[in-house]
Write a protein that binds this ligand. Structure first.
Ligand code: ZN
Ligand code: ZN
Ligand code: ZN
Length: 446
């Protein structure tokens, strides 16, 4: 830390750190960019990392995982918020007529895999967890009742009343099949809509587009729920209205039907026969309106929040697990440990290799994307990033760091090499001091 502070290039280092926005694990790049005049071949401008502190340029890691880098995850969260919101009220290239399109906020839940400790509030007071008069005893001698009024941070929340009764196999297989279940759900919604419009499925896209944005949320018990914004557009996407028959009611019926109808089957393995999974019976469908109790801000904020979380809230690990790792060495609670161990056990079975459970054990079997959107939902994360880069480039030109050039007459040659990642312990402290305030969220986006 002292060496860094006393170094003559400290100011340049600090400005690099500021440019990474407080990234906890910046990527180190070594290389150069040269601008040549196409006509004369003259070198107009050269940037090289040779003269940068430590001979490297530090750029943000751009992770979406808040546990890995709060600053970059915050950028990802804000981008996700804006693109979900644009799909609800317009903006970023989406016309505001989109507010008139039927739009639902749908939560698809997982079924039960056994009784778990829960916290329920009723009229402002916390209810007993599982109060059962004459509760039976399970084969493992556990009374299947819990009268505790759990506090919100009780680590037992989401953990089974009897771990030996709990269906760990079902839990991880459901997570593994959730992406397929979603795909079948969306297909079924489309089929139902085509039928409602008197159309053949293959012709539906000439009349209607089913647009969606979805996010996976881990429940404390370690299974995923999916939250989705589902919207009906015309054939060209959000710029065109859907046909008159495609109302919010029609969409609601299609969603209700699809959520109950679809299944995804895990292949038979060892002594188990094949097993079909479906969504849980709790299905939440709410229309999103500008004035109702479910506003577009609330929905966009909700989805963006989950987009930066993974399974770590369940108490699992933030990285892949090697089959040779000793799970006992990770200091995990029993429940996530059993979920991970079940992924490892099933992942080793030849019948289930396609589910790739070993690779996704740290995610408790779920290998889907956390936050996905259909092609026409709104703008893309890439477009938002490009807009930001453009803005940075414009600033660099006006402040003289980059030459103003016409892209047709200038040849740009760049060479970059990966040269490492992260901060030394001393740099870490200095970087936090320089960018500390940047880690906080802007209040209007909470
Ligand atoms: Zn970062
Ligand atoms: Zn309990
Ligand atoms: Zn039991």
């Amino acid at each position: 830390m002292i060496a860094r502070l006393n170094h003559p290039d400290y100011d340049r280092w600090a400005s690099q750190i500021r440019a990474t926005g407080g990234c906890r694990q910046p990527i180190h790049l070594r290389g150069k960019i040269e601008h040549y005049d196409r006509a004369t071949g003259a070198l107009l401008h050269r940037y090289t990392t040779k003269h940068e502190p430590d001979g490297i340029l530090r750029v943000p890691c751009k992770t979406r995982r808040a546990t890995r880098c709060p600053a970059c995850a915050e950028t990802y969260r804000a981008d996700t918020y804006h693109l979900i919101r644009a799909g609800l009220i317009g903006g970023k290239g989406v016309p505001d007529t989109v507010t008139a399109h039927p739009t639902l906020f749908v939560t698809l839940t997982a079924p039960s895999f056994g009784a778990v400790h829960t916290r329920r509030e009723h009229g402002g007071s916390v209810q007993p967890c599982h109060a059962r008069r004459n509760a039976g005893t399970c084969p493992h001698g556990q009374v299947m009742s819990c009268t505790t009024r759990h506090s919100a941070d009780d680590p037992r929340l989401g953990e089974p009343l009897c771990p030996d009764c709990y269906d760990y196999t079902g839990s991880v297989l459901f997570n593994a099949l959730a992406p397929l279940l979603w795909k079948r759900f969306a297909d079924s919604v489309r089929r139902h809509l085509a039928k409602a419009g008197g159309l053949a499925l293959k012709n539906l896209r000439h009349h209607l587009t089913l647009s969606f944005a979805k996010v996976a949320e881990y429940q404390r018990r370690g299974v995923v729920h999916l939250h989705a914004v589902i919207r009906l557009d015309g054939p060209g996407g959000p710029a065109m209205p859907p046909p008159a028959w495609a109302t919010a009611d029609t969409l609601t019926q299609a969603v209700q039907h699809a959520a109950r109808a679809v299944t995804a089957t895990a292949p038979a393995h060892k002594d188990q026969s094949e097993r079909a999974f479906r969504w849980g019976s709790q299905l939440d469908i709410r229309p999103i309106t500008l004035t109702g109790d479910l506003t577009e801000q609330a929905v966009a904020g909700y989805i963006a929040k989950y987009a930066t979380k993974a399974a770590e809230c369940v108490g699992t690990l933030d990285r892949r697990i090697n089959p040779l790792d000793n799970l006992d060495a990770f200091n995990l609670r029993d429940h996530p440990k059993r979920l991970i161990a079940e992924c490892m056990r099933l992942g080793a079975l030849p019948e289930l290799t396609e589910l790739r459970l070993t690779n996704w054990a740290h995610m408790l079997g779920f290998r889907g994307h956390f936050s996905t959107r259909s092609r026409r939902y709104s703008t893309t994360l890439g477009a938002l990033r490009a807009a930001r880069q453009h803005h940075t480039r414009d600033t660099d030109i006006t402040t003289g760091r980059l030459p103003l050039f016409d892209e047709d007459t200038i040849l740009v040659i760049s060479e970059w090499q990966y040269a490492g990642k992260g901060h030394s312990a001393g740099d870490q402290l200095l970087a936090a001091a320089i960018t500390g305030t940047r880690l906080e969220r802007s209040p209007h986006e909470l």
